[in-house]
Design a protein around this ligand. Sequence first.
Ligand code: NDP
Length: 438
Amino acid sequence: MKKPIAGFSKLSKSEKIEWIATNYTQNPAQSKKILETYWNADSQLQQLHDEFIENTISNFYMPMGIAPNFLINDKLYAIPMAIEESSVVAAASKAAKFWGSRGGFKTKVIGTEKVGQVHFIFKGNYSKMESFFIKIRSRLISDAKHLTDSMEKRGGGISQIELRDKTNDLEGYYQLHCTFETQDAMGANFINSCLEQFAATLKTEALTYSGFSEQEKQIEVVMSILSNYVPNCLVKAEVSCPIDQLNISKEISPKDFAEKMVRAVEIAKVEPYRAVTHNKGIMNGIDAVVLATGNDFRAIEAGAHAYAAKSGTYGSLTHAKIEGGIFHFWIEIPLALGTVGGLTKLHPLVKLNLEILQNPSAKELMQIMAVAGLAQNFAAVSSLVTTGIQKGHMKMHLMNILNQHAATEQEKEALVEHFKTHMVTHRGVLNALENLRK
Ligand code: NDP
């Protein structure tokens, strides 16, 4: 029977490891060894990693790959991707090569607006709150001046503060719906600090506002927090070419391929079961770059899926059409990213990855990431409508299976050759390996 522990966070790192290995693993000595194997040999670097989060006992490694040859607005990029799933980097690279010789990717940032809200309860009617809000609006902004000064110097800051009446949804519920420009930062800390200041001003000013009754003066601030739903922090990436250039394989004509691609996207627009997987494929590309550049993949995921459901029905984040003999394929996705702040200047690999990406601004990074998502989706949907996804995927998976079963270099070589002409299945690989070892 396991027992809870008090004061775990106060233990030293080796005490934490001792406790977890002894209480939760079968072979504590081996477990400790595994955890230590993944420590960084440079103790200063390890300490840096230890301090990113709480209760650190080791580092969790993920492979980092490069997808080269991305031509974006006529500039060439090699994109670093951190991801555990096989075939994602290969698919991105393949799509980059394909579109590189067809004009490349064209991108445009549509907006960079970030959002935050102060949620509060007011025991009075809207018109009273509105009069109060109009009176204190400039005060809300001036009280936050100490927070916004340097952001304003960069061309950012608070864009708008709007009072929203939400009493139809919840009794007494109002909000300050605020928008911000945060330049090269994702902006979570800047926005949250501004919001907490707005909340403090709101409460204080209400206490002395003569238009309120004693009860109305007691505004209850429930919470002040940024929103990860940023439909106006939006980027578009597109590829297009004459249909006859879509010579993707000998098995399908360019025209049939283009029509099938459009049909596949149409299905993902109307069928949520398909749309979720379609968008998951897009996020394979985007998340890998989000991670490699030290951005917050939970924030990006939440915002992307909310955007995919903005019409009330969950649908595809990519779009396709054929117009005047030209095939167009594009993505529109909200991406609130930073190239400063968070881990971006702290994690050595993140710094290096940003350098590989030619030190982009947040706006440039939005465009690179949207391209990674579009490329991924193009590769996935083209496989789906032609050979099917498993052929390529299982080939890549072959290595994982062989590694799982400790195949030697010679065995790998022989089996890679064998599976050039045989279908890869988990059982099939094991059988072939057993035969080889007989
Ligand atoms: P930081 O607070 O670490 O850094 C941003 C700050 O850097 C800015 O506020 C600004 O401060 C300064 N800065 C310097 N140069 C620039 C520039 N060129 N453009 C803009 N700002 C600049 O990071 P963020 O506020 O961006 O927060 C990101 C982190 O927050 C992520 O790690 C995320 O995981 C986390 N987070 C996410 C939440 C969510 O998504 N819901 C909630 C809470 C945290 P100054 O103006 O003072 O110089």
